[in-house]
Design a binder for this molecule. Structure first.
Ligand SMILES: [Zn+2]
Length: 88
């Protein structure tokens, strides 16, 4: 199985600490599932997988935990991810 890492940005729309919107950089560990079926066989809509992360609020400097969703496709799965920091 081929694993690789991608940098992705996720947006938290209502921070539980300050109710503002923050964007965070994530390092997402993904892997490819070998399949003979093409993407269109599964339909175009992405699969959403839920993860829980701890994010630092830049305003209050407190950490909060919240769940968010990462997109998967039929052949590209998200295995794990870590929060790198705030996105610009
Ligand atoms: Zn905040």
């Amino acid at each position: 199985m081929h694993h690789y890492e991608t940098d992705e940005v996720i947006e938290i729309e209502s921070c539980p600490e300050c109710q503002k919107t923050h964007s965070y950089k994530l390092k997402v560990r993904r892997y490819l599932v070998p399949t003979y079926m093409s993407e269109s066989d599964f339909g175009a809509k992405p699969i959403l997988k839920q993860f829980t992360f701890t994010f630092p609020c830049p305003n209050t400097k407190k950490d909060f935990e919240t769940s968010c969703t990462l997109e998967e496709t039929a052949t590209e799965k998200a295995e794990d991810a870590e929060v790198i920091g705030l996105a610009d």
